[in-house]
Design a protein around this ligand. Structure first.
Ligand SMILES: [Zn+2]
Ligand SMILES: [Zn+2]
Length: 267
């Protein structure tokens, strides 16, 4: 069994729980320790059940609660060396015991309990950002957010997924016509920014296969997207795209900014 639940997802804070019967990890801790604990309680888990936190990158919406979680529960933190260095420079995270940091190498698999985890390098304006692929028996899940673009290598690494949490950050039109200052717009749209709904749908189209299970869209922008729009835009890309699948072939959820998602489970 492998399961995934989004506790919070969006530009204001990200925290995903992935686990099996025996082992659980958090991917990012970008909300308060209290909100993480409450979210875990809602799915009958608690912070003490976590074996570690996998950090994607050092942006504050991914690490705001990291220091608290590490100090309060002694949770080991897994991140690339570049991300670890960058975390240490974020003052608001506070002091974290050096022994809790576990450096990981992109594309090198490691285990936490019975979970086999592979960090996959992604293109984003952070020190050394990664997405995570998590395997247990024949089940393969992935959490892929905060990427400005994708290439064949990423598509290759994300084949055979059963459950995918995928960024659908913004609607290009809302971003272009919205109130953000021009440099910020350019940053978000750039190759090291965030995936638009359309690009998200195009990437998803590359990852579908006959045994694909469920996709959950996440990391929606508060200002430049909304749930129905992301949902419809990604579905349209899949159905009209150059792939043999239609959006109706698989369930699609949208992770909420600050509410616990349904638990996606593969038996
Ligand atoms: Zn980021
Ligand atoms: Zn982010």
């Amino acid at each position: 069994m492998l399961e995934l639940c989004s506790i919070a997802s969006g530009s204001s804070g990200n925290c995903i729980c992935v686990g099996s019967d025996d082992s659980h990890v958090l991917i990012d801790a970008g909300i308060s320790g209290k909100k993480i604990e409450n979210g875990l309680n809602a799915i009958d888990l608690k912070s003490q059940d976590m074996q570690g936190i996998l950090v994607t990158h050092e942006h504050i919406d991914h690490i705001a609660g990291l220091g608290v979680m590490a100090r309060r529960y002694g949770l080991p933190l897994y991140a690339t060396p570049g991300t670890i260095d960058a975390i240490k420079n974020v003052k608001s995270v506070g002091k974290i015991d050096e022994s809790l940091f576990h450096p990981i190498t992109p594309m090198e698999e490691f285990s936490i309990g019975d979970l086999e985890i592979t960090p996959i390098p992604i293109s984003h304006d952070a020190a050394e950002p990664v997405a995570y692929r998590i395997k247990k028996d024949h089940h393969v899940f992935a959490v892929v957010t905060d990427l400005g673009t994708y290439d064949d290598a990423i598509i290759q690494e994300l084949q055979g997924l059963e459950v995918l949490l995928l960024e659908a950050n913004h609607d290009i039109h809302m971003l272009e016509t919205g109130a953000y200052p021009y440099p910020l717009k350019r940053r978000i749209m750039g190759d090291r920014g965030h995936l638009s709904n359309e690009r998200s749908g195009q990437l998803l189209g590359e990852l579908l296969h006959d045994k694909f299970g469920t996709v959950m869209l996440g990391h929606l922008s508060k200002e430049n997207n909304y749930e129905e729009l992301a949902y419809e835009a990604v579905r349209l890309e899949v159905t009209s795209g150059d792939n043999p699948y239609k959006a109706d072939d698989f369930p699609m959820y949208v992770a909420k900014r600050d509410a616990v998602s349904p638990v996606l489970r593969a038996q």
